[in-house]
Design a protein. Structure first.
Length: 413
């Protein structure tokens, strides 16, 4: 990459396309669509890809687009953008404010979509010029916020044959032109658990003749989180926190049922896989000791996004190559969830944070707020970064297993 003047090629491409991309983003921003209802967005993406000579396919449910660029026997690299908006009212006073009441691109997915579209157009030019040593699978995924879109893509065969996948997300805490990178887990798992306990009920004068359900429920509420902290590696930060509890109606009657609901958050993939069985086992033992029946519903959210170190190295090289040596910034694991984690359960890859903050700007609206907006220079930076990432992964995917230096990375290519 160093020798190939990729920077210059991207400069030339963006000189002709950056304004179109900004306009595209503003159009999406004015017409946000919720998860699995992104019909207009899907049409806009597909139309632009077709105009560039590509052959996009719409996912079976009618929203989301998959398209491949390039050919040949080289590796296949996946690039994923999410395209859905949030049920959050737009509170910004800008010419491109949302025209849909109560719906807004408050998570920046309009930017992700536009960055991937720009990258697609650039890569299509590269393929036409015979400069793409493999294939790039462009995945415009619906319904990240629901979530469910990643599973829809996978069920449709969207990542079959993909060797490595990359995605990025707006980060308003990071200056535009910088990217946040981290090996290992970068987002967290968040599941829901709902427990119902039942027993015969009775008079509070005679708890020994029935099952003291409220007492048993209280034991479950305190014992389960406490026992979990002793059964799981503390580094996984598996935490069970209750948000709702309900039992009984009067002071002198032991009720016959009760409910507790909470969330399970977890930083670590192994602990996430083990959590449901572990919690069920603990629940059965506590409930059994007090003679009540317990039933648990465990509702899976998303796994943590666990970045593969080799893929993070590719992101680092790409960012340094086209954004500058100082572009990569260390970033922390967030407690938020992101359905990109589903892809990384199957194939290696990595997820990066894209700086969207105007340097020196005091304004710092976080994502999922109605005032969230980006410095639109992040679109050009994102295209440079994502295009360079795809090319780096293709070149490195070709690298001989002997560990010989890659010809394409040297000045003669
Ligand atoms: Zn979001
Ligand atoms: Zn998001």
């Amino acid at each position: 990459m160093r020798g190939r003047n990729l920077r210059g090629e991207l400069d030339a491409f963006l000189a002709g396309s950056e304004q179109e991309l900004i306009d595209f983003r503003r159009d999406l921003h004015m017409h946000p669509e919720l998860a699995f209802a992104e019909y207009r967005t899907t049409q806009r993406i597909a139309d632009r890809l077709i105009a560039a000579g590509l052959v996009p396919a719409v996912l079976p449910r009618g929203t989301g687009v998959i398209c491949e660029v390039g050919s040949g026997d080289g590796p296949t690299v996946g690039l994923r953008a999410d395209i859905d908006a949030l049920p959050v009212p737009d509170e910004k006073d800008v010419p491109y404010s949302s025209t849909v009441p109560g719906v807004c691109h408050a998570c920046g997915h309009d930017v992700h979509t536009t960055v991937l579209l720009g990258t697609s157009l650039f890569l299509a030019q590269q393929a036409e010029a015979g400069l793409l040593p493999g294939r790039v699978r462009l995945i415009f995924q619906p319904a990240e916020e629901l979530p469910g879109g990643a599973l829809e893509v996978m069920a449709s065969g969207g990542i079959s044959g993909v060797d490595r996948i990359f995605g990025l997300h707006c980060d308003p805490r990071l200056d535009v032109g910088r990217v946040g990178l981290k090996s290992g887990p970068i987002t967290s798992a968040c599941d829901r658990v709902s427990i119902r306990v039942s027993g015969p009920g009775g008079h509070t004068a005679r708890p020994h003749l029935t099952a003291d359900l409220v007492f048993a429920l209280a034991k479950i509420l305190t014992e389960l989180p406490a026992a979990l902290s002793r059964r799981v590696d503390p580094r996984s930060s598996l935490s069970l926190v209750w948000g709702r509890v309900e039992a009984g109606s009067v002071a002198n009657a032991i009720p016959d049922d009760g409910v507790a609901e909470g969330t399970v958050r977890c930083l670590d993939e192994d602990a996430w896989h083990a959590a449901p069985d572990l919690i069920k086992g603990l629940l059965d033992s506590v409930a059994g000791a007090y003679g009540v029946e317990a039933h648990m519903d465990y509702i899976r959210g998303v796994p943590p996004v666990v970045n593969d170190p080799v893929s993070v190295q590719m992101l680092t090289e790409a960012a340094q190559g086209v954004l500058g040596d100082g572009a990569p910034a260390p970033t922390q694991q967030s407690l938020g969830g992101e359905d990109f984690g589903w892809y990384l359960e199957s194939i290696p890859g990595a997820y990066a944070r894209l700086g969207t903050r105007t340097p020196g700007s005091p304004h710092l609206a976080d994502i999922h707020q109605g005032t969230f907006d980006v410095d639109e220079n992040c679109i050009g930076a994102g295209v440079r970064f994502l295009a360079a990432t795809a090319l780096t992964a293709l070149w490195e995917g070709q690298r001989p297993s002997s560990g010989e230096p890659l010809v394409s990375l040297n000045a003669d290519n």
